[in-house]
Design a protein around this ligand. Structure first.
Ligand code: RB5
Length: 145
């Protein structure tokens, strides 16, 4: 199950991503926002990321205007490793090396074609582990300092 969330700046792109996930039969839950009315991205980062931390969803896709604000908010939540990506290399390597569990996209940065390819890479690339696991463990350790 994939947790989705956006603010108004990411709403339209989230609609495109939901249509894409439906077409691929990938289950998702949309934690809002549900319109283009102005709202605060941190609220939707929190709702979607709480579902991931609780184990109700495996990964998340969060979208705001740039992908940056919503990633900053998501990364404040223990257990979340969110990466704002706008190109393929980062979307792939944040899974391989960082074991990112949330992909953040900018609705005002990339179009739906690129976004869906980044979603594919993010969902279908496995974490490499090994030396990268030691590094990710150090990220986790920072949560308790
Ligand atoms: C909202 O106007 C915009 O600031 C937000 O979507 C996002 O881009 C923030 O990082």
């Amino acid at each position: 199950m994939i947790a989705l969330g956006s603010d108004h700046g990411g709403f339209e792109l989230k609609q495109e991503i939901m249509a894409y996930l439906k077409e691929k039969n990938i289950p998702f839950k949309d934690y809002g926002t549900y319109s283009t009315e102005s709202c605060d991205y941190a609220d939707y980062a929190e709702l979607a990321c709480n579902a991931i931390v609780a184990g109700e969803c495996e990964k998340g896709i969060l979208i705001c205007g740039t992908g940056i604000g919503i990633s900053m908010a998501a990364n404040k939540i223990k257990g979340i490793r969110a990466a704002a990506c706008s190109e393929h290399f980062s979307a792939k390597y944040t899974r391989l090396h960082n074991d990112a569990n949330v992909l953040c996209l900018g609705g005002r940065v990339i179009g739906p074609g690129t976004a869906c390819e980044l979603v594919d890479l993010f969902l279908n690339t496995e974490f490499e582990g090994g030396r990268h696991a030691l590094r990710v463990n150090k990220i986790t350790a920072l949560e308790n300092k």
